[in-house]
Design a protein around this ligand. Structure first.
Ligand code: DX5
Ligand code: ZN
Length: 242
């Protein structure tokens, strides 16, 4: 199981110390959200920030590009120290060349699916990705509520991986906390990107350990019925009211 604190929820006023806190936390990946103010209605930070924090840790840098023109950003982020670069399937015909470019830069390849997008959009790329990132909120901001209607996508991703004997990670991102993370693990997720829930705890190391324990427990009993009718239904956009 991969636990990946999302730096977006860190205190940007003391970013270096926050990265060091993650380094000491026992986490597996550091998730870095790159927002361009166009693909999503928010702006975060660019390659210069990634390059600045790179020497502070040996953690795996998981870069999530929420950008309309990722083709101009792949090399800068690769050079800044990304280990994996995720691009969105919503980019359409740009996806294939982007995946090849990421691979040619020697980086792991991630593909992201937004809540309103059908998981079938990712199907043609499954044999050439290292991680399938299922957005469990609409991207752009931290601290949003988990969208439960995305859970069947995790099941579908898990079923495909098993059927095709592939090895991509099934990652979830958005509203992932101590309640929703085990629900994702229970249906097949194995990488948990979490901002607010982890950084909100004074003891990040204890929070990472707690999340790891609960997802390992839930993940050991994955419930994966065969992809049923309606499994790929496009999810509603509102969170479950409960
Ligand atoms: C949302 C980002 C997430 C975000 C998650 O657009 O992709 O990585 O940091 O934050 P939380 O865990 O607070 O929902
Ligand atoms: Zn993200």
């Amino acid at each position: 199981m991969i636990i990946a604190p999302s730096l977006l929820a860190a205190n940007f006023g003391r970013l270096a110390r926050e990265v060091e806190r993650v380094d000491a936390s026992g986490a597996d990946w550091l998730h870095l959200d790159i927002m361009d103010g166009h693909f999503v209605p928010n702006i975060s930070f660019g390659p210069a920030v990634v390059r600045t924090v790179r020497p502070l840790t040996r953690l795996f840098f998981d870069v999530h590009l929420m950008c309309s023109k990722p083709e101009i950003l792949l090399e800068p982020f690769a050079q800044a120290g990304a280990n994996q670069i995720n691009i969105h399937v919503e980019l359409g015909e740009a996806v294939t060349p982007l995946l090849w470019k990421i691979k040619s830069l020697g980086k792991k390849v991630g593909l992201v699916v937004n809540p309103p997008t059908s998981i079938t959009m990712a199907q043609p790329y499954l044999d050439r990705i290292d991680s399938l990132l299922i957005m469990t909120v609409n991207p752009g901001f931290g601290g949003q509520s988990f969208i439960y209607e995305t859970l069947p996508k995790i099941q579908q991703a898990y079923a495909w991986r098993r059927e095709k004997s592939l090895a991509y990670h099934i990652a979830v991102d958005g509203g992932v906390d101590f309640k929703t993370a085990p629900e994702c693990a229970h249906v097949g997720a194995d990488a948990f990107i979490s901002g607010t829930a982890l950084f909100g705890r004074p003891n990040l190391r204890a929070a990472v350990k707690k999340m790891r324990t609960i997802v390992e427990s839930a993940g050991s009993r994955v419930s994966c019925p065969r992809a049923a009718n309606g499994m790929d239904r496009e999810p509603a956009l509102s969170p479950r009211l409960s």
